[in-house]
Design a protein around this ligand. Structure first.
Ligand SMILES: Cc1cc2nc3c(=O)[nH]c(=O)nc-3n(C[C@H](O)[C@H](O)[C@H](O)COP(=O)(O)OP(=O)(O)OC[C@H]3O[C@@H](n4cnc5c(N)ncnc54)[C@H](O)[C@@H]3O)c2cc1C
Length: 389
């Protein structure tokens, strides 16, 4: 006999896992979320939140809270290798370029908004992970690292690029991972380097590497490193301190001040830029969601949107097929996969633009932004937004 309400165990309390918990609850399910980290992760990097994620957040009533977290820098400053300003794009122009149905939010702030929406309604267990998983046609059994066992109608692996759920139920990570030849490192700064303007996003790109400092005001600032590599395994093994010092040690500008804060930074994100090519996102009653399933990467700039939009569509599919979980998962995947694959293709196509290999490509990459920085063009863009707003 089926239990009522149906139970889902969600592995991972990132954007995908929290959004799924919220949406499944709306659909009448009882979600349990297990998160490996001992507590919530604040801050992170700024993401553009648009498309199906934005639409879903609006439907779920989360948009007002997200809007409060929206950040627009006062300007985008492009810095030359000698530390001098090359050109800058004013904040209102940046806003206009973003489009009217898009927000610029810290990853941790999206998680915060989702967490606040579910914290009193959902069983959320920090410091816990999944040890084993097995399933029959009717249910899934899990052993968790806190010694408990759970039986559920559905398990959602929302545990990111290096998903343990995927490893247990689908196969080893190497079978699905496509490295795009770049590394990324991000952490919150305790101090803003003197050479950087308050409330601006300042970036220096020379051949093969970018450093950006994002000042959010109220003493919040983040450093972003993105660089090309021909040896992802070496960089991952070396870890952020060694790999970033090796790559940025001679950069000058804000790099020395930022690198000096690395050893004491609290939560450093450092990983390869990799996509997940999983030919089917569900196996029976176990489904992958978010970066665990597709990881379109920062090059596509759409992962958080797909995570929230994907969670919303999953909830809708479960509502449409209340007594047939595998059918719901199939219908969900047929609807979402074309969009995720389009974004993956985009990510592979634009990968060279983040840390261009040569000066000509760098010039080409900056051309639209240089154009946008010209006063007549920026006035036009800003006017366009005002008319639409
Ligand atoms: C630098 C950068 C810039 C980006 N820019 C954009 C952008 O502009 N626009 C956009 O839409 N997207 C962007 N993205 C992508 C976006 O951030 C991700 O796609 C999104 O955050 C993925 O969320 P997720 O919940 O699927 O995975 P994650 O954020 O990886 O969350 C996974 C969660 O699972 C937990 N976990 C991991 N393993 C286990 C385990 N074994 N057991 C239990 N819990 C576990 C983790 O601790 C974490 O809380 C960017 C990404 C990066 C790195």
């Amino acid at each position: 006999m089926t239990r009522s309400p149906k139970r889902a165990v969600i592995i991972g309390a990132g954007i995908a896992g929290l959004a799924a918990a919220h949406r499944l609850r709306e659909a009448g399910w009882e979600p349990i979320v297990v998160e490996r980290a001992p507590a919530r992760r604040p801050g992170g990097y700024a993401v553009t939140f648009s498309g199906i994620g934005y639409d879903a957040a609006e439907r779920m009533g989360l948009l007002p809270a997200l809007r409060l977290r929206h950040i627009t820098p006062d300007e985008l400053v492009y810095v030359a290798p000698n530390g001098k300003r090359r050109f800058s794009v004013p904040g209102p122009t940046v806003r206009a370029m973003l489009g009217e149905r898009a927000l610029n939010v810290l990853r941790g702030d999206i998680e915060d908004v989702l967490y606040e929406a579910i914290r009193d309604k959902v069983d959320l267990r920090f410091g816990t992970t999944i040890d084993t998983i097995s399933q029959s046609e009717r249910e899934v059994h899990l052993a968790l690292s806190d010694g408990t066992e759970e039986t559920a109608d559905l398990v959602i692996g929302a545990d990111g690029l290096h998903s343990a759920t995927r490893a247990l139920a689908f196969g080893p990570e190497e079978d699905f991972r496509l490295d795009l030849g770049h590394m990324v490192g991000v952490f919150m700064l305790d101090e803003l380097p003197d050479v950087v303007t308050e409330r601006a996003t300042s970036a220096l790109t020379d051949t093969g590497r970018t450093l950006a400092v994002i000042s959010l005001g109220q003493q919040r600032a983040a450093a972003f490193f993105g660089f090309r590599t021909d040896d992802v395994t070496r960089d991952l093994t070396d870890g952020p301190t060694l790999a970033l010092t090796r790559t940025y040690g001679d950069m000058g500008w804000a790099a020395p001040h930022v690198l000096a804060q690395l050893p004491t930074a609290e939560d450093v994100y450092f990983d390869s830029v990799s996509q997940m090519l999983v030919n089917r996102w569900s196996r029976g009653r176990v489904v992958l969601l978010g970066d665990a399933a597709w990881c379109v990467t920062l090059f596509a700039g759409f992962g958080s949107s797909l995570a929230v939009g994907g969670a919303d569509l999953l909830g809708a599919a479960l509502e449409l097929h209340p007594d047939d979980v595998p059918a719901a998962l199939s219908a969900w995947e047929s609807e979402l996969r074309p969009q995720a694959e389009r974004k993956q293709k985009l990510g592979r196509r634009v990968k060279g633009l983040y840390a261009p290999a040569d000066p000509f490509r760098l010039w080409l990459r900056d051309l639209p932004l240089r154009m946008a920085a010209l006063p007549p063009v920026s006035r036009l863009l800003e006017r366009h937004l005002q008319l639409k707003g």
